[in-house]
Write a new protein. Sequence first.
Length: 204
Amino acid sequence: MKRTVPTPNDITGVILAGGRGSRMGGVDKGLAELAGRPLIEWVLDALAPQVGALLINANRHREIYAGYGVPVIADSDPGFKGPLAGMLSAMREARTDWILTVPCDGPLLPSDLVSRLIAALASSDAPLATVIEGERIHPVYALVPVSLEKMLAADLAAGTRKVADWVTRHRPALADFSNQPRAFANINSAEDVARLATQLMQPR
């Protein structure tokens, strides 16, 4: 029996901006600029029309993020334990039965991300869904029921830190975005910023 799947209004979109930005010299990635705009703005604009509610997970510069009119939540554990900690906080805060997590440094977010994740979930018996592009899974883009909150809390307490480990453990449904190979590019360096700025000027 296939599980009940959400509609867009049943989903809270969660932008994960809680990291240290260690690969960019400590820069808060969500506030790094691309083509004159902070990355968080690119992601908010793309995600907001696709979901019923929004949250931003941030552990620094929370007052700046709050200026976008979206609730801002910190990791419940202040130890910078990675995106899974942000996901757990979002599960506890969300007023919907589902969350969709996306990274703050993915400015080319597909406009059909939610609809295709829902479709993948509907065609499977999996408890959650994520993205595959070519042969690469992008587990931070995950559609997850908040009913998994206790399980995630236990896994974090047991030492799980990698999103890929936790998401793939659930044998997720996979939404295939092989036709959008640029959609999940992210930013880890100044060179990545320059590359994506060039891509934004090209047809998608």
